[in-house]
Design a protein around this ligand. Sequence first.
Ligand code: NAD
Ligand code: AHE
Ligand code: ZN
Length: 369
Amino acid sequence: MKSRAAVAFGPGQPLEVVEIDVEPPRKGEVLVRISHTGVCHTDAFTLSGEDPEGLFPVVLGHEGAGIVVEVGEGVTSVKPGDHVIPLYTAECGQCLFCQSGKTNLCVAVRATQGKGVMPDGTSRFSYQGKPLYHYMGCSTFSEYTVVAEVSLAKISPDANPEQVCLLGCGVTTGLGAVKNTAKVQPGDSVAVFGLGGIGLAVIQGAKLAGAGRIIGIDTNPSKFELAKTFGATDLVNPKDHEKPIQQVIVEMTGWGVDHSFECIGNVQVMRAALECAHRGWGQSVIIGVAGSGQEISTRPFQLVTGRRWLGTAFGGVKGRSQLPGMVDDAMAGRIQLAPFVTHTMPLAGINEAFDLMHEGKSIRSVVHH
Ligand code: NAD
Ligand code: AHE
Ligand code: ZN
């Protein structure tokens, strides 16, 4: 079938909205009509050419919501008409990782997903007879996409797709990082570096967890107002200070914060986030994704004296078993999604979503197909 899609033909180039060919779903696969997709910084990261797993030409996008159109052989957990969110972290329930009870990092389709193909090693997308790569097992920048059954969360048909698409990545990652990875407790102090979609979701999660002080840090002060409405108690612009930001946060808090979160993808800030964690027990969660060849460093003494360095993917959330409940929480007002959606546009305007992100003017742009 034909589908309108925004294709990334090469690194650093604007996306081109073209009509692509989409093959029917094969065994264990599902054809989904995506109605809405958010644009996450990770899409921009891969488009930039910095992603070690980046492949071109590719259909990007991994923060979507849609409706099942057709199922392939053997698919039993979803049927045409079901409302779904594609998952870049699958949940097969069978693999070593799913069975461990310790992680959400299912490996059922991860190897082929990273190579831009379906589990059988081939692509369902082509343009002018040449294959296009899939992205993160989702490719939500195509109106019609094919995903593995294990990469679909079935959600309430009454959910607002323009908002719940954000649970496909940004908001779930931030909320989950607080609850599942850091396990923030009532009264704990928190520092959040980077107040985009992820950082603001961390703030929302920290507030829900009953955190005491919530310090938001961003070099763009236009992000502060929304951070305050989500629950930030203090806002800091590193550019207003001569001292390193970690020193500023330690001086504000006495010994540092109980939990810090890096939501930017900057390895220098990752170091600062670790070093502003409390002596003896403070922990720092890396959420940001850093480019090819980038490495983190600190003095080992920072860890010897009790700080812990952690990381999280999709906030540790198991998509098929936990995302439907988070959608219900959003519908019931227990999770706020509306404030994240600062811009909406049709697929034809998708490059503006990237421009707005790079200019620091948006939190989330949601594209409708
Ligand atoms: P974003 O562009 O919306 O937000 C980033 C924010 O960081 C902006 O507000 C920007 O002003 C701020 N910033 C940039 N440099 C800074 C600095 N030196 N000090 C302080 N603030 C600074 O991005 P986003 O969509 O929120 O994504 C954030 C990061 O999280 C990206 O690296 C993305 O790839 C990653 N991410 C990871 C996961 C995961 O599962 N681990 C999931 C989603 C996104
Ligand atoms: N491909 C990159 C890593 C990218 C990365 O870390 N992705 C995050 C999700 S970002 C969502 O916006 C993640 O979940 N990683 C775990 C996984 O299995 O991909 C690289 O460095 O190669
Ligand atoms: Zn993302």
